[in-house]
Design a protein around this ligand. Structure first.
Ligand code: PSV
Ligand code: MN
Length: 392
């Protein structure tokens, strides 16, 4: 094996990426849904699809669950999930409480001015922690849609206090190995302020909640042209980076395929992670994409492969040399050192790594020729056709 191949194989051996259960189901835009005959119509089908992606790629053994969508019965549904874990060889991954669908949450969940509503939201968070515990799932991953649309309509200050109180309370319920991940987003669905708008707010909330709270970076949750890798460096330095929701964006939270618009950015994020092996080990990679135009399974396999490629490219950066060049302010050589890794073709080495693991060299082609898609389309077509189409 050449040094190039060895570096790539070493990096890929420790790479895994979590699939989102919601990425297999019918989803849409706020204007409506396009129904796909192959979309999963039950939690079992989501596990089955995740197992198929994992069988083809070998690096996606866990499935992120959204509590309300995947365990509508709460803790009572835990044993059903455990059976699916055994049947499909896929483990439940991060647990995502839902703070945005109940009617009560119109003016917020954990930040709602009503103590009663805040209590409903807190109870849901505590239940989600219990579910995660029962499923041995390490991360409870929080995203709040809380915010407001017009200046003066909410007390930003009081909402900070309410949120801090709830998160600190929830933190006391975490098991020893569990973590709370706090995700930020600058806008949508709220358009004047969101209660956790950026990484600074998420970091302060995590610090206040306790030592098992971390920040989650969703790559789509930034303003145009924000330097995400710089945020990543800060979070790594503060040892508070918990994980990523990967997707790409052109305008806002577009949930496009990772690296489809700006692969260099993902590469730069991975480069900073490779520069901090300890932080990298503690960081969970998750996909947060739900495709309405691409086929669900194809999009997921394509995403996993694209993530692997960019991760492998970043592993090729000669970091020692780069540090020397940076210190000597040899700017063009430093930049070229980074760029040459980005432009290296890692695909032959990745194919070799896959061969060595008994995986198909071209997972997308293997998916197309597996017959799996035809089978599930046939099986699920009617259920999907009868599913509700919603319009804005
Ligand atoms: C919100 O935009 C978000 O990124 C959160 O992570 C949610 O859990 C997910 O999307 C739902 O699709
Ligand atoms: Mn997300």
């Amino acid at each position: 094996m050449s040094a190039h191949e060895e570096k790539i194989a070493g990096a890929l051996d420790s790479f895994s990426i979590e699939l989102p259960s919601w990425g297999f189901a019918n989803t849409g835009t706020r204007f409506g849904k396009y129904i796909q005959p192959e979309a999963a119509t039950s939690i079992e089908e989501k596990f089955a699809d995740a197992a198929q992606v994992h069988a083809l790629t070998g690096v996606s053994p866990t499935l992120a669950l959204h509590v309300l969508w995947d365990l509508p019965g709460g803790v009572k549904d835990v044993s059903a999930i455990q059976q699916l874990e055994t049947r499909y060889g896929i483990r439940a991954g991060s647990m995502n409480p839902n703070f945005f669908e109940r009617q009560e949450y119109k003016y917020g969940s954990l930040c709602n001015p009503s103590a009663e509503v805040r209590q409903i939201a807190l109870q849901h968070l505590l239940d989600s922690i219990e579910i995660a515990k029962a499923l041995n799932s390490r991360d409870v991953s929080l995203w709040l849609s809380d915010g407001s649309n017009y200046p003066g309509t909410q007390s930003i200050r009081k909402r900070i206090d309410w949120l801090m109180e709830s998160l600190a309370e929830a933190h006391t319920r975490l098991g020893g190995a569990q973590r709370m991940l706090i995700e930020y987003k600058p806008f949508e669905p709220a358009f004047y302020h969101t209660d956790i708008a950026d990484w600074g707010m998420a970091l302060l909330l995590a610090r206040h909640a306790g030592p098992q709270a971390y920040v989650l970076v969703d790559t789509g949750h930034h303003y145009q042209s924000q330097n995400i890798e710089q945020i990543v460096v800060w979070l790594l330095r503060e040892k508070i980076l918990g994980g990523f929701h990967f997707n790409d964006r052109r305008y806002a939270d577009d949930d496009l395929t990772i690296g489809s618009i700006d692969p260099y950015q993902v590469f730069r994020i991975f480069h900073e992670l490779h520069s901090d092996p300890e932080g990298l080990r503690e960081t969970t990679f998750m996909i947060d994409q739900s495709h309405n135009l691409k086929g669900k399974l194809e999009a997921m396999v394509q995403t996993v492969c694209a993530a692997q490629e960019l991760y492998a490219k970043a592993a090729l950066v000669d970091r020692e040399r780069l540090a020397e060049l940076q210190d000597a302010t040899r700017l063009v050589e430093a930049e070229e050192c980074l760029r040459s890794a980005f432009w290296s073709d890692v695909r032959p080495a990745i194919n070799g790594w896959r061969r060595g693991k008994g995986l198909p060299e071209d997972p997308l082609e293997a998916l197309r020729s597996s017959g799996y898609l035809e089978r599930i389309r046939e099986d699920r077509r009617e259920r999907n056709a009868n599913s509700k189409v919603s319009y804005a």
